[in-house]
Design a protein around this ligand. Sequence first.
Ligand code: ADP
Ligand code: MG
Length: 302
Amino acid sequence: MKLEIKNVTKKFKEKKAVSQFSMVLEIGQCVGLIGPNGAGKSTLIKIIADILHTDEGEVLLEGKNISKMKREIGYLPQYPNFYEWMTAKETLLFMGQLSGISKKELIKEIPIMLAKVGLSGEENEKVRTFSGGMKQRLGIAQALLHKPAFIVMDEPVSALDPIGRREVLNLIQEIKKETTILLSTHILSDAEEICERFVIIKNGLKIEDTTMIDLISRNSKPVVCVEITPNDKFWIDIVKVLPYVKSAETIGNKVKITLDDIAEHKNKLIQNALENNVDIIRFEMDNNETLEEIFLKLVVGA
Ligand code: ADP
Ligand code: MG
């Protein structure tokens, strides 16, 4: 099963919130939709959740229009709207019935879902008394209640304090094992921890669709630093003549090696060291920008 977002454009009056946006989400993935405030994340997510409709383009699930496949999508809004006077159990009962699940089914499923999101024992507490993290976990329970194949979450941790953030990130790690996830955030480090793939959006346009390792490799100097033991210094002469090595410079027990292409040759170099029984004490990519710096450069253009 796959979710296809095809050339989606959404305008609010003359303002294009999302512009010609395409991406494919395969089952099993956990993808971060990352972009600054106003980039178009919530608009795109609402289109996927079939809450907003496109001006151009379409969203397909298994080749069918998303409106016909709503059952397979769970949605956690950026600002979930709970009735503070309801208990956790009442909330799920109410929202579950709104989304067409029978009361009988809900009575069976709600305790299982509350246990899953770590709210067993809180089922009869009013939402008013819940912390931010608990509310967000209740929101995730509501999004998963009808057992969708995909869940889209709009900034699930952005507004939480560090404890709430940790609770929700841990929960997402669990959900990820059985549900395909698209989550948005304007804080890169939130996605860094849980997503394998990053899609970066800016001014409604997709500007990147990549993995963390690719992003780091592409923005790194092709230099690695390898620390070896004095006994293994013979390896430096081997390294110098490797076809993909431009230069190797010795600094104490460290060798600074410039490669042709870091992504392609880094692992080859490690393999060569192992084949020569070289004891690697430390292996580092040199002078790397952090993911945060790369992200800032992409979205701010600094
Ligand atoms: P993000 O979630 O990335 O912060 P949004 O999707 O909420 O971004 O907004 C994208 C752009 O569309 C912003 O410029 C925002 O002001 C505008 N926008 C969003 N929703 C509406 C709306 N209902 N009416 C008018 N403009 C909107
Ligand atoms: Mg938003």
